[in-house]
Design a protein around this ligand. Sequence first.
Ligand SMILES: *Cc1c(COP(=O)(O)O)cnc(C)c1O
Length: 378
Amino acid sequence: MTAEYLGMNYAVALSCGTAALHLCVKLAAERINPGAEPGNSLAGQRVFCSDMTFDASVNPVVYEGGETVFIDTETDTWNMDPEALEKAFKLYPDVKLVVLAHLYGVPAKMDEIVTICRKHGALIVEDAAEAMGARYDGSVVSGMCGSFGDFNAISFNGNKIVTGSSGGMFVTNNKDDADKVRKWSTQSREAAPWYQHEELGYNYRMSNIIAGIARGNILHIDEHIAQKKAIYERYREGLKDLPVVVNPFEDKAKLNYWLSCLLIDESAMCQQVRGEKEYLYVSEPGKSCPMEILDALSAFNVEGRPIWKPMHMQPMYRMNGFVTREGNGRGCTNAYINGGYVDVGADIFQRGLCLPSDNKMKSEEQDVIIDIIHRCFR
Ligand SMILES: *Cc1c(COP(=O)(O)O)cnc(C)c1O
């Protein structure tokens, strides 16, 4: 069902998107480094990764002993910046793997990214956890998100556009890869009358109950996308008089509108500082900031979220490589220079937030949210 929807030959049901990403990374490592040691199959290897994403995208690289090098974000789609990626290959020419996420259901710049990866002989793990149902019609590649990578993962987690309450899938056109993932996910059980094991396995398979829910839910994907799109458009319309923009995208992209976000114009930002776990802001007439808006929503028992905090700003990944379009390699982490952040990810994190986007939200409820946001700017 999923494979057919994505225009691919095989989809293997797994316990979660993270498990799918782990097995994607394992397959990639085997190809790059045949006979590598399981659990350490990326030993000594750097891997280029999306920076502004959920850490589930990139942790599997570490599960396999690899070293993540983060690639800054671009402003047109809030995904991996092809210019920064090209520069990263100059700095680290030996890299053979790229882990790319499509953020919030907005396709990344696949034409450019696929071209760069082909040129440098690098494989792509595509994290389409948030992007099932999103489409990209480029001049180099075209198709559904989850079909562009050498290895592809989607998620059926409770908050995704199609859900089984949890669950995920590995998606591929390669039968051997599909068979291998199926086997690894069931503790690498060999075809024998008893439990016979020749290699390291995992308990990553999807339960039958989750599969039932996901199969029921997937029938409604078009409806979910239509509802999410209506939510996005109501925000765009309702907030157009404010100094904010909603998530940007390219013409060749068709979103699944999974999550509506907004970005506050630099000139309309009140002062806001965030430490590791705490924050402060100074309210100012005519201005606001993400934490002020999130507090205002929360006072009405409405949940918004900050943008994914970039990986290069996370304590556990802070010392890893980080490549920006400008500057020479790992410059400053969220350093404020001449009134502007030197990296795009830190800037979007500073000025952006995720708006309530549940498809069960009523339009009257959304009107209240839009009104609360207006009051923050008064
Ligand atoms: C949700 C998500 C995942 C992980 O999926 P799970 O099914 O929760 O393990 C991975 N990457 C991104 C970008 C996600 O949003």
